[in-house]
Design a protein around this ligand. Structure first.
Ligand code: C2E
Ligand code: MG
Ligand code: MG
Ligand code: MG
Length: 294
C-alpha cells in the first residue's frame, strides 16, 4: 500500500511475484492431474439462426472445476496449458469428447445431420504438424460426420502467419470439416487475408455486438462486416448477444447466426441435448412475423 516505504514495496512486489509463480506451478500440476483423471468437462453453448431461433449447432467450451479454487476461468487455464505444453493433449481431449458427444446426440436422435459441434483450437495446435492427422483420426474413431465438425481459430493466429495458416486450413478443410475465424475484430485485422484464407464462418466478437442497437456507427460497421462476409460466401455468427434489442437489429441485417446469453448460457450435456432437439425458443411468434412477413 502507499503507506509502505519504497523498499517494502519492492519486497512485497517480489513476494507477490513469487506467490504468483508458485500458484501457476501448482495450478499447472493440478491441470495435468485433472486432464489425466477426468477432472475437466465440456459445456455446450447453442448457436442459433437468429431469424427463427433454430439451434444450428453448439460450441464446446472447456470447464475446470478446481477442487480448492472452484471454477478457473478458461482463458486462465488455457494459457497455463499453452505455456506448459499441456495444450496438445488438452486440445485432443476436447476434440475427442466433443465429437463423441455430437455422435451420441445423433444416435439418440437429439441432434440432426444439419447441426454441428464447434471446437476451439489454440495457436499451438495449429502449429503442430500432427494436427490434421489428429483431427482425421478423431473423426474416424468417434464416427462423427466431418461436416458436423467446425473448428474455431482465433483471428490473431491467422494474421501472424497467414501463408502457413492458409495451408493448414486447406488441409483441415480437405477432411470435410468447417473452419471458423473466432473473435473477429479483436486482433490485427485478418481482413486483408480474408479472400486468401479458406474459411467458412466468421464469428464477430462481442465487442462489435454490444452497442449495435444503441450506436448507429456500430450498427453500420456490423452491417459492413456482414455484407463483406456474404460477398465472400462466408457465414456470419454474432457472438455475445445478450439483449432482444441486439437480436432485433441483427435480424434486420440479413441471414446471421448468433450465440449469446439471450439464447442460452453454455449448458450441461443434458440441457444442450434438449436445446439441440427443441430449439431455444426466445423469439415470440409476433416478432418473427414482423421481421419476416410471409
Ligand atoms: P470463445 O471461443 O470466444 O468463446 C465464447 C466465450 O464467450 C465463452 O466464454 C462464452 O461463455 C462467452 N459468452 C457467450 N455468450 C456470451 C454473452 O452473451 N455474454 C458474455 N459476457 N459472454 C458470452 P468462456 O467459456 O469463458 O471461454 C472463454 C474463452 O476461452 C473462449 O472464447 C476460448 O477462447 C477459450 N476456450 C474455452 N474453451 C476452450 C477449449 O476447449 N480450447 C481452447 N483452445 N480454448 C478454449
Ligand atoms: Mg470460440
Ligand atoms: Mg469467440
Ligand atoms: Mg470471444
Amino acid at each position: 500500500s502507499s503507506k509502505n516505504s519504497g523498499k517494502n514495496r519492492v519486497a512485497v512486489f517480489t513476494d507477490d511475484m513469487h506467490a504468483d509463480a508458485m500458484r501457476r506451478l501448482e495450478l499447472t500440476a493440478d491441470l495435468r492431474r485433472a486432464l489425466d483423471d477426468g477432472g475437466l468437462l465440456l459445456e455446450y453453448q447453442p448457436i442459433v439462426d437468429i431469424s427463427d431461433d433454430r439451434v444450428v449447432g453448439a460450441e464446446a467450451l472447456a470447464r475446470w472445476p478446481h477442487p480448492v479454487y472452484g471454477r478457473i476461468p478458461p482463458p486462465e487455464f488455457i494459457e497455463l496449458a499453452e505455456e506448459s505444453g499441456l495444450i496438445l493433449p488438452l486440445g485432443e481431449w476436447v476434440l475427442d469428447t466433443a465429437c463423441a458427444q455430437m455422435k451420441e446426440w445423433m444416435d439418440t436422435g437429439q441432434a440432426n445431420s444439419s447441426q454441428h459441434v464447434s471446437v476451439n483450437v489454440s495457436a499451438l495446435q495449429m502449429a503442430d504438424p500432427g494436427m490434421h492427422d489428429m483431427v482425421r483420426d478423431t473423426l474416424v474413431r468417434t464416427g462423427l460426420d466431418p461436416r458436423q465438425l467446425q473448428l474455431e481459430i482465433t483471428e490473431s493466429v491467422l494474421v501472424e502467419r497467414p501463408e502457413a495458416m492458409a495451408e493448414e486450413l486447406a488441409a483441415l478443410i480437405a477432411l470435410g470439416v468447417r473452419v471458423a475465424i473466432d473473435d473477429f475484430g479483436t486482433g490485427h485485422s485478418v481482413l486483408a487475408y480474408l479472400r486468401q484464407l479458406p474459411v467458412d464462418v466468421l464469428k464477430v466478437d462481442k465487442a462489435f455486438i454490444d452497442a449495435i442497437d444503441l450506436d448507429d456507427g456500430q450498427a453500420q460497421l456490423a452491417q459492413g462486416i456482414i455484407n463483406l462476409a456474404h460477398a465472400l460466401d462466408i457465414t456470419v455468427v454474432a457472438e455475445g448477444i445478450e439483449t432482444k434489442g441486439q437480436a432485433v437489429v441483427l435480424r434486420s441485417m440479413g441471414p446471421v447466426l448468433g450465440q449469446g446469453f439471450l439464447y442460452s448460457r453454455p449448458a450441461s450435456v443434458a440441457l444442450a441435448g434438449d436445446l439441440l432437439r427443441d430449439g431455444v425458443g426466445i423469439l415470440p411468434e409476433d416478432d418473427a412475423q414482423s421481421f419476416f412477413p410471409h
